[in-house]
Write a new protein. Structure first.
Length: 364
């Protein structure tokens, strides 16, 4: 059988790496080639472009035209860039440059990630797309969530709360890398408060550039304290959103749905949240994993995991066939998990005993 060598795609054209940099070299936004639209959100646009000096493709982000005179959106845009740049972790996209274009409009550039967001992956799993089902079984999804938790735990450790965690803000790269995106709504602990003149009239601003009582983020992934408009947030806010993502991974269904954001928020605040096994009885969801999910989804933040780190630890325990902290195991379940962890030892021991028995039998 002839083994085919994998095809290697060369990202460089001939001479790209050795082209001399002219003395009148371009800087700032002038060094970027044509902007090609990638995606568009509520406040900003994302483009793909070529850095002419380094000859590399980058992602280029800028505010919508109608928001460029907004003090709040400008500060939030700057905060996103600076927060992203300072969370120097493998789970965040490297940010290359922050500046203004020739018209004076803000932009920043960052690594262009070749991959898919988790929202698309979960959608394809719901549609039972064969190649996606094969590539993303539950253990793989849990590994993705573990990587997300590691990034969020690091962010919390340096005083940053994401506040808008959802599958659309999680990118899975071609080679297994996992990135957490869109830190524009992040709460930076101990950051300076805006002056009243910069705030919306009669509303006090918190340290996240968000008015108290206003609801920013995505309703379907919104923790109760944000839905209530509370300003006193901490890492447990992100834990709730992580719990919703785990719920979707387990059930391939949404935790809550509604006709509009207000109906969704009301369900988050008042409706009893369903158990994953009740929502998806045919998916054979393990009891201990369900317990981890529901612990993260406690409506009272003081009843949740105390941090993203403790949530992460239970996910890792589950993946290593160890007991999680929030579930009571029966004797049979403990035995089953012990056998799963020590299957190699059991097989080796039985083989040795069988070999010794056969040797004794034929040695007589």
């Amino acid at each position: 059988m002839i083994r085919k060598e994998p095809k290697i795609s060369n990202i460089f054209e001939t001479g790209d790496t050795d082209t001399l940099l002219p003395r009148s070299w371009k800087s700032g936004s002038l060094k970027y080639d044509e902007l090609k639209p990638l995606s568009e959100g509520g406040t900003a646009k994302l483009y793909s472009t070529l850095d002419l000096n380094l000859q590399r493709n980058v992602a280029y982000k800028t505010l919508h035209e109608d928001l460029r005179d907004s003090d709040i959106e400008t500060k939030r845009f700057l905060r996103e860039a600076r927060v992203t740049a300072n969370i120097q972790h493998p789970g965040t996209v490297p940010l290359y440059e922050l500046g203004r274009d020739r018209e004076g409009q803000l932009f920043f550039t960052m690594k262009k990630v070749d991959g898919r967001d988790l929202k698309e992956i979960l959608f394809d799993l719901r549609q039972e797309v064969p190649e996606v089902v094969e590539k993303f079984p539950l253990p793989r999804l849990l590994d993705i969530l573990i990587q997300v938790c590691q990034t969020i735990a690091y962010a919390h450790d340096i005083g940053v709360i994401h506040r808008d965690l959802k599958p659309a803000n999680i990118i899975v790269g071609k080679f297994g890398e996992v990135y957490v995106l869109d830190w524009g709504l992040a709460k930076v602990l101990n950051a300076p408060t805006l002056q009243k003149s910069e705030a919306i009239k009669n509303e006090k601003m918190d340290t996240t550039l968000t008015p108290v009582g206003r609801h920013y983020g995505t309703p379907m992934y919104m923790p109760p304290e944000i839905a209530r408009g509370e300003a006193d947030l901490d890492g447990r806010t992100d834990v709730f959103s992580l719990g919703i993502i785990l719920f979707e991974m387990l059930t391939l269904q949404f935790l809550v749905e509604g006709e509009d954001p207000y109906e969704i928020k009301k369900k988050i605040l008042d409706q009893a949240l369903p158990l994953p096994r009740e929502v998806a009885p045919n998916r054979n969801i393990p009891g201990d994993l369900q317990a981890v999910c529901m612990k993260a989804l406690k409506r009272n933040k003081y009843d949740r995991y105390s941090s993203a780190t403790t949530f992460l630890e239970d996910l890792q325990h589950y993946r290593h066939q160890e007991e999680v902290s929030v579930y009571w195991y029966s004797g049979w379940e403990r035995l089953t998990r012990w056998k799963s962890r020590h299957v190699y030892l059991i097989i080796t021991t039985l083989s040795a005993l069988l070999g010794a028995g056969l040797h004794a039998l034929f040695s007589r």
